[in-house]
Every structure is written in structure tokens, then in C-alpha cells.
Design a protein around this ligand. Structure first.
Ligand code: F6P
Length: 341
């Protein structure tokens, strides 16, 4: 078989582990040929690809980023791209395509599958917001980075009697803020799913200072926003890729807390640090299992599906299910987090 693989959308620790696993299972396990498209769907549309053999994927398991490169495709170009991709994959003699990506990539993959292309998707995102799978690889790494940041910020905050506002990624789902906030013992956690109260955050800080704990750390997701009338804050605009660009809630909230409390409050924006670098052992294992199962699905002819984690098992889920709605943090998980404030 001739199998194409590509990585698209924002990068994520563990992408190389999937590529390596696909090549190992396909080439060594089934005697297939694997080609890797460069820079996501752009490379597919421009027929930019290279052969991936065992040597090509040697030593990449622990490497962050993606050896294939990645790119985002504007939504407007998606449908047109699907038609072009159809012709191209026939010209290239592809028996299957394995796109590894998040919501946008899985949407494109679902469209390609609906057009009759033999596609098996692999979900990835540090945001953990793909609904058809319990977890995505990259999330564990991002939570680890953010947790370490909170741990570190606590000691410096305490030395200087400051409030630290740490902004983590998560445009529409607050999984990283929730889990790093819990693991790091943040004193306030603000998620996109529930508008937060600045009054409550101020009361929490005052209460801590009153009992001698003269510092606080607030963990805020980039997509979090204040409840009506709490603070002047405008959510972002939609960019050319269909993504909402935020105005910097971390900076804005730190300034607001400083003004209201009369205490120093510093913003720390973690940004792409959460996405870079080596994946954790958990993410390497999940990514490797996804790669193995994607190749098996190709050989079964299980197209229009994606790999997914259910409990501890890897199962196949329809690509269409992955993109219907984002997996956001349920109220019950937020309630648990509030008990640790
Ligand atoms: O989808 C993952 C994600 O990390 C989001 O949490 C974040 O808003 C976004 O990507 C930023 O990506 P980029 O800067 O590459 O557009």
C-alpha cells in the first residue's frame, strides 16, 4: 500500500511520535510505502512530499514539533482544496491518507472522506477539546508545563507579596487551565465555559492576605471572560483562519486586580511554551498507540474514521463525530476545581 501522512494546524508535542509509529507499523509491519507531505494540506496540494522510511523517523520520538512541518488552511479554501486533493491523491496513487490534526484538520479530513477519499484521521491538540476522544496527546505535556509555571510563580509571588495571573492556552475549552490550576493549586481558575467574577477573585485575595497568606496565583484560560458588568473586556475578532484572536485577558485581569486591590499583580503569558519541546511519557505512548491503530484501520479499510481513546482502549470513531461540537469542561469538573481554591 502507499500511505500518505501529514500534520496540519497548530503543532503539538507527540506529532513526531505518531509519524514514527505510522512508519514503523506500515513499513516494518506491513511492507507498505509511506510518504510524508510537507507543511500540512499545503504540501498535499502542491505535491510536496518525501518518502519516509525507518531511517527518516529514527531519533524523533522525543522531539517536539513535527519533522513534516505544519500549516493552517483558510476555511474559505477548504472546500476547493478538497476537490483538488481528490485529483491529487489519485495522481499520486495514494491508497490512504492519514492526516494528524485538530478541529480544522479533522473537519477537512471529514470532508475528504465524504468525497470518497480513503482517509483515517488522528486527533491532536494540546487543548484536549476534540469530543470523540477522551484525551488528545499534547495535553498532558501542556498541563505539565503550566503546572510547573504555577509552582514556580507561587514562590516568587510569596517573596514579593504579589498576585500572579498566569494565562494559559484554551480558546474555547479550559481543560489546560482547569487541570494545571488544580495540579498547581492555583487560588483562582477562570475558564471560557463559565464567566468569572472579578469581585470573587478580589474577595479571595483579600481573604488570603487577611489570614497571613500574602500572595495568590490566578490561572486564566486565554478564552476566559468576565461576567457581565464585572470588567471592561472585549473578546477577540475572527482572523483569516476563522480563529478568535483574544485581546489578552491575562494582562487585562492583572491590571484590573492591581487597580481594585491596591496590590501588585503581574501577568505571565505562557503562550507557545506550552506547545513546544519534548512530549511527556504519557503523550508519547498515546501518540504511538494512535499511529499504530491508524495503520491497522487503513488495512481494514476503516475509512472516514479517526483513532480515539475510550477509557484505556483505542477505538475508531467516525470523523464526522469529532467535529460536530467541541468538548468543553463540564460544570461538574469546574465544581471539583472550586473546592481546591
Ligand atoms: O489549538 C491549540 C492552540 O494552542 C490554542 O490553544 C491557541 O489559541 C492556538 O493554538 C494558537 O495557535 P497559533 O498561534 O499557532 O495560531
Amino acid at each position: 500500500m502507499r500511505i500518505g501522512v501529514l500534520t496540519a494546524g497548530g503543532d503539538c508535542p507527540g506529532l513526531n511520535a505518531v509519524i514514527r509509529s505510522v512508519v514503523h507499523r506500515a513499513v516494518a509491519g506491513h511492507g507498505d510505502e509511506v510518504i510524508g507531505f510537507e507543511d500540512g494540506f499545503k504540501g498535499l496540494l502542491e505535491a510536496r512530499y518525501r518518502k519516509l522510511d525507518l531511517d527518516a523517523v529514527s531519533g524523533i520520538l522525543a522531539r517536539g514539533g513535527t519533522i513534516l512541518g505544519s500549516s493552517r488552511l483558510e476555511r474559505a479554501r477548504l472546500r476547493q482544496a478538497c476537490e483538488e486533493t481528490e485529483d491529487l491523491s489519485r495522481e499520486l496513487g495514494l491508497d490512504a491518507l492519514i492526516p494528524i490534526g485538530g478541529e480544522g484538520t479533522l473537519t477537512a479530513s471529514s470532508m475528504l472522506a465524504a468525497a470518497g477519499l480513503p482517509v483515517v484521521g488522528v486527533p491532536k491538540t494540546i487543548d484536549n477539546d476534540i469530543s470523540a476522544t477522551d484525551r488528545t496527546f499534547g495535553f498532558d505535556t501542556a498541563v505539565g508545563v503550566a503546572t510547573e509555571a504555577i509552582d514556580r510563580l507561587k514562590t516568587t509571588a510569596e517573596s514579593h507579596q504579589r498576585v500572579m495571573v498566569v494565562e494559559v492556552m484554551g480558546r474555547h475549552a479550559g481543560w489546560i487551565a482547569l487541570e494545571s490550576g488544580m495540579a498547581g493549586g492555583a487560588h483562582g481558575i477562570c475558564l471560557p465555559e463559565r464567566p468569572f467574577s472579578v469581585d470573587a477573585l478580589c474577595a479571595m485575595v483579600e481573604e488570603r492576605f487577611a489570614r497571613g497568606k500574602k500572595f495568590a496565583v490566578v490561572c486564566v484560560a486565554e478564552g476566559a471572560h468576565p461576567a457581565e458588568g464585572q470588567m471592561d473586556y472585549r473578546k477577540g475578532e475572527i482572523d483569516q483562519f476563522g480563529h478568535e484572536r483574544f485581546q489578552g485577558i491575562g494582562n487585562r485581569l492583572a491590571a484590573e486586580l492591581e487597580d481594585r486591590l491596591g496590590k501588585e499583580a503581574k501577568p505571565v503569558i505562557l503562550g507557545h511554551v506550552q506547545r513546544g519541546g519534548t512530549p511527556t511519557a504519557y503523550d508519547r505512548v498515546l501518540a504511538t498507540r494512535f499511529g499504530w491503530h491508524a495503520v491497522e484501520a487503513v488495512h481494514r479499510g476503516d475509512f472516514g474514521m479517526m483513532t480515539a481513546l475510550r477509557g484505556t482502549d483505542i477505538v475508531m470513531a467516525p470523523l464526522a463525530d469529532a467535529v460536530t461540537e467541541l468538548k468543553t469542561v463540564p460544570a461538574s469538573r469546574m465544581d471539583e476545581a472550586e473546592s481546591v481554591f
